[in-house]
Write a protein that binds this ligand. Structure first.
Ligand code: 26V
Length: 810
């Protein structure tokens, strides 16, 4: 419909008049955004319908990616890129007097996720559609996404993220496809035709109404669906009154409790919390998603025994594990299957990805809660557990072994155990992580099902994180090696040939400087801090968590401050340390680390003696769209988690793809980055995961000893409490000192400090040689194709889902 600039301008102006009744002069940036959105929606409508039609006609296997989180960010720019209209629209709008970047910033971020896990789901959807796979997302349409972070007086304050306030141009409400989800009630058993049947009575029903968002693939016109469910009241107030439940208040109470189901995203990605509302959300997603995909499956008129040939249900962490008992329920109670056949179908249909080894994040639900809220589901889980444990005992496993792997234990339901028992594939998200799963945390399960465990190292979509976020770098790459990498990212490897090419190096460093200037302008505008674009931009952006060790970073910055104060005249490379991080609202230690970063920024930036050489910036409200500004401007990427704790990391890959050099530990996917890059192209430091494990198992680490031995550490830690100048009133940072000294530094911050400081010295040294730095940067970009989520998805498709790209018959 708008294949060239003139056509685009004509339809744009026409829509402005017909939809909004406005002329070009009257239009606001918000109007322009809306019209662009609806033009794209119209433009891809046919492809969307066609993608759905092919699914029915060709009976291709469909993947459904169930996730409580989809951190998609903004869609306008990416959709334009994927339909191949980005430059046409940019030029056309320019002629009409508008700047596309400004229009893009009108779109609120869809912040329906906490961090890595939710962003991974969004990258996967982009790759699935771009590679022509029939793979859809199934999630919740939270009315409020992840909280908006404000920094007030150095503290994090959380505000509601009312992202739907001005409507959502991408979504399509589909009331005709709503399904009923049931909570509470009692299970009644009876005999019918010689079989026991289970019926739940007295339940509360809720409508799950889908909102479909098109997932537009790059190039070939495949459009998949992200189906987001919203909860609506399913009780007619008139009928309620007639039934004698006539209290107006009981209707209001019911209505409020229904709305709460899809009201907000839980912001805690650091610890499991046994909250009833969260359990409701999980079941709501599982039940609605399954009913909906089974309706589609039923149109094929195939027996349910063929479900695993036509459908893969993938669960993103344990959050949607209830798909397992829910599918069992539907197969047995609604389709009349016996246990064994239903179990066989279920296990062959479901696959599971584990995203964390942290014991505090492993989900366990109180048995009572599930029994009351989901009585039939509870019975099924009980039976799964009984048969699972029974079989193991029969096979001669010890009682001790069986209680290690049991699904029900001490009044709790262990969701990871249920997920493993009920799925055909269990994968970790990086090589090291999968090894630790197999040999440590899930070792007994690996013993039981060695063939089910496999690794799928995470990836990121190079379309959003390179082509869209860094268009100048993308052009440079295409000029050097052609544009084949845009569809085959492994071809980026060819860029390595240019690592010593002085022209490419110069242009690359020029682009980096441009991006840094752009970020500097943003920092000036938003926070009123002036940073030097010529300084090293050293960036750590990710959720705030003890194991990610933002604390080690800021303690090192404070150490640099002391160094400069001691010897102000030593020649140094100026550095800007940039942080961005949200802390879970109830995670006090994390919040005081945010406060510390802000206090340090204040002291350092205001000190004229220091601030020429050192600046610190904490960027408020880190989000997908902010990441797209920050990452292309980074020289140094901080990936400094305690070895063995970060399952994979995906920020690490985004920085690498944008030419930043990594300072990092051998953790998560850093290990694989290091294998590709070698020590000349990455700054490695710190304990290895095995050493960390040994300390945990056998002891031998005394943090306080390091404090007494190392004068730098003593000075840094003392300057937080008694000695100033980073000391706050009411001994605010006492909690940080306690964590390090009294609680023996769980994440080895002090243990790795010396090695980290040494690696930071190497960074500074390396940066002085700009030719060699540029060369390392090129090698990083050249190897980053390995981490495109296209490669990851190809492996999921081949090894787990057994799907092939859907080809359009033309
Ligand atoms: C835990 C919980 C606990 C209950 C409340 C809601 C909630 C939400 C999230 C989480 C943590 C899930 C684990 C997670 O986010 N893992 C991250 O997954 C990334 C993608 O695989 C990976 O790159 C990161 O290393 C890993 O920390």
């Amino acid at each position: 419909m708008f294949n060239n600039k003139e056509l685009f301008k004509a339809s744009f102006q026409e829509q402005l008049v017909s939809r909004l009744g406005k002329s070009m002069e009257e239009a606001t940036a918000g109007d322009v955004y809306k019209i662009l959105g609806s033009l794209i929606r119209e433009n891809i409508g046919r492809d969307w319908a066609e993608s759905n039609r092919i699914a029915k006609v060709q009976e291709e296997k469909q993947v459904y990616y169930f996730s409580m989180e989809f951190l998609i960010g903004r869609l306008l720019g990416n959709n334009l890129l994927n339909i191949g209209m980005l430059e046409t629209v940019r030029d056309g709008l320019k002629e009409l007097g508008w700047d596309l970047d400004e229009i893009e910033s009108q779109e609120p971020d869809a912040g329906l996720g906490n961090g890595g896990l939710g962003r991974l789901a969004a990258c996967f959807l982009d790759s699935l559609a771009s590679l022509q796979y029939a793979g859809h997302g199934c999630g919740i349409r939270y009315k409020y996404g992840l909280f908006e972070q404000k920094i007030i007086d150095g503290h994090q304050v959380e505000l509601p993220d009312d992202w739907l306030q001005r409507g959502n141009v991408w979504e399509e409400r589909r009331p005709d496809k709503k399904v009923e989800v049931r909570f509470w009630g009692r299970v009644e058993m009876s005999e019918r035709d010689g079989r026991t049947v289970f019926e739940t009575t007295g339940y509360e029903k809720v409508w799950a109404v889908p909102y479909d968002v098109p997932v537009i693939g790059h190039g070939e016109g495949r459009v998949n669906t992200l189906r987001l469910w919203s909860a609506e009241s399913a009780v007619d107030p008139i009928k309620m009154a007639q039934d004698g439940q006539n209290s107006y208040y009981s209707f209001l109470n019911y209505s409020r409790s229904v709305q709460s189901i899809s009201e907000f995203l839980y912001p805690d990605d650091s610890g499991y919390e046994g909250k009833l509302l969260r359990l409701k959300q999980q079941y709501f997603l599982c039940s609605a998603g399954l009913q909906s995909l089974l309706r589609t499956f039923e149109k094929l008129k195939l027996p349910y025994t063929e479900l695993p040939e036509k459908v893969s249900v993938h669960i993103n962490d344990t959050h949607p594990t209830l798909v397992i008992p829910e599918l069992m329920r539907i197969l047995m109670d609604e389709q009349g299957f016996g246990w064994d056949e239903a179990w066989d179908i279920t296990v062959r249909t479901v696959s599971y990805t584990n995203h964390t080894l942290l014991s505090e994040a492993l989900e366990k639900w109180p048995e009572n809660m599930i029994r009351e809220l989901l009585p039939r589901i509870y019975m099924i889980i009980e039976e799964i557990n009984k048969r699972f444990c029974g079989q193991l005992l029969e096979e001669g496993r010890s009682q001790e072994f069986v209680s290690q792997v049991a699904i029900l234990e001490s009044g709790q339901v262990k969701m990871a155990h249920l997920a493993i028992a009920g799925s055909n594939s269990i994968n970790g998200v990086a090589g090291l992580h999968t090894e630790l799963l197999k040999t440590d945390v899930m070792q007994p399960f690996y013993e039981l099902y060695p063939d089910r465990f496999n690794n799928k190292t995470n990836g990121i979509t190079h379309r959003r994180w390179l082509m869209h976020a860094n268009p100048k770098l993308s052009s440079l790459i295409s000029e050097a090696i052609g544009s084949g990498w845009t569809t085959s990212p492994l071809q980026l490897k060819e860029l390595a040939k240019f690592k010593d090419d002085r022209h490419i190096q110069d242009v690359l460093m020029g682009i980096k400087l441009d991006n840094k200037r752009r970020l500097a302008a943003y920092i000036q505008d938003k926070q009123g801090v002036m940073v030097d674009p010529e300084s090293i931009f050293d960036v750590q952006v990710k959720r705030l968590h003890g194991y990610k060790r933002q604390l080690m970073n800021i303690l090192h910055v404070i150490h640099l401050y002391h160094e400069i104060k001691d010897q102000p005249n030593v020649e140094r490379v100026p550095r800007t340390f940039i942080f961005g991080a949200k802390a879970a609202p109830g995670y006090y230690l994390a919040k005081s680390i945010i406060k510390l970063i802000n206090v340090a920024a204040d002291v350092i930036n205001r000190d004229p003696q220091v601030s020429q050489q050192l600046k610190v910036v904490f960027l408020e409200n880190y989000s997908v769209s902010l990441a797209e500004k920050i990452i292309p401007a980074a020289n140094v990427s901080e990936q400094i988690s305690t070895a063995g704790k970060e399952a994979s990391g995906t920020g690490n890959m985004k920085f690498m793809m944008n030419g930043a050099l990594t300072i990092g530990t051998l953790d998560g996917a850093n290990v694989e980055m290091f294998d590709l890059l070698g020590e000349e192209n990455m700054f490695l430091f710190g304990l290895r995961s095995q050493e960390v494990l040994n300390y945990y198992r056998h002891g031998g680490y005394v943090a306080r000893e390091l404090y007494h031995q190392d004068a730098r550490l003593r000075r840094v830690l003392d300057s937080l409490v008694t000695e100033g100048p980073f000391c706050c009133h009411e001994r605010e940072f006492e909690i940080i000192r306690q964590a390090l000294l009294d609680h023996n530094d769980e994440f080895f911050v002090l243990r790795d400090f010396d090695d980290y400081a040494a690696a930071q010295k190497q960074v500074e040294q390396a940066y002085r040689d700009s030719v060699s730095w540029a060369s390392k940067s090129i090698v990083n970009i050249a190897n980053s194709g390995h981490f495109s989520s296209d490669c990851t998805i190809e492996r999921y498709a081949a090894d787990i889902w057994d799907i092939a790209p859907v080809r359009r018959e033309s």
